[in-house]
Design a protein around this ligand. Structure first.
Ligand code: KIV
Length: 257
């Protein structure tokens, strides 16, 4: 069973654990505990302070993914295709091939449903494993943040998009900020796993941005649970180093040649 089949086989058996990584050292720590590691274009806001993921380039994604690859052995590694890199089938195929050949990742993730369905179909036909992404779509989102699936029309569209993505061969779908009963309905209506972020416990798996979970990226969004405050730990460690240097307590003889 390959890594993609393994992820699919977890549906209705065990929850799928996913986290984002942007570099090797974090990736290798996550790898022991995750089923899937995503090099997300969220790195645009988390690392580069961009206003939106639309500013993230293909080259930036590739460089971070190359670093992540060095830390990932066991998990399935997925790389986000950034904005404006999959506007047509040929553009998507060219860029997906570039991502896979340069980073050796296992799959790519694209945002959207019906609008990109032919593009996804063509990638799958060309043996490129695709993860879908529905609900809140950061690459298309303009204006105020709002969870998805409140209105009937919107619910029907997201459910239909999930079925379309399944039918053209996507192996899994991220559901971002999707209302609980809709996330449950989608999860029960398709055979491929749903991975939720702000989309309830009914999804087949969960993903979070690792910097949020570790308390490195200050955030107050409802769906994030902060498991530790690494910023505080780093603050203390750097303060200790600074004091040691100023008081000539570092380096000692044992740190010197
Ligand atoms: O870019 C990202 O990190 C993502 C996850 C939040 C799912 O798409």
């Amino acid at each position: 069973m390959n890594k993609i089949q393994k992820i699919i086989s977890k549906k209705n058996k065990s929850k799928i654990v996913c986290l984002t990584a942007y570099s090797k050292n974090i990736a290798s720590t996550l790898d022991k505990f995750c089923d899937l590691i995503l090099v997300g274009d969220s790195l645009g806001s988390v690392l580069y302070n961009y206003n939106s993921t639309r500013e993230v380039s293909l080259d930036i994604m590739i460089e971070h993914a190359k670093s992540v690859r060095m830390g990932v052995q066991k998990s399935l590694m997925v790389v986000d295709m950034p904005f404006n890199t999959y506007r047509t089938s040929s553009e998507a195929l060219k860029n997906a091939k570039k991502i896979i050949s340069k980073t050796k990742c296992d799959a790519v993730k694209l945002e959207g449903g019906k609008k990109i369905i032919k593009i996804v179909k063509n990638l799958v036909k060309n043996k490129i494993p695709v993860m879908g992404h529905l609900g809140l779509l950061p690459q298309s989102q303009t204006g105020k943040f709002r969870f998805k699936g409140k209105k009937k029309l919107e619910r029907t569209k997201i459910l239909n998009d999930a079925k379309l993505l399944q039918d053209v061969g996507a192996f899994s779908i991220v559901l971002e900020c999707v209302e609980t009963s809709l996330a449950k309905l989608i999860t029960n209506s398709i055979k491929i796993p749903t991975i939720g972020i702000g989309a309830s416990s009914f999804c087949d798996g969960q993903v979070l941005v690792t910097d949020d979970l570790l308390g490195l990226n200050p955030t107050s969004v409802r769906f994030v649970k902060t498991y530790t405050n690494l910023s505080k730990n780093i603050h203390q460690a750097v303060k200790n180093f600074s004091n040691d240097v100023r008081k000539k307590n570092f380096p000692k003889k044992k740190h010197s040649y």
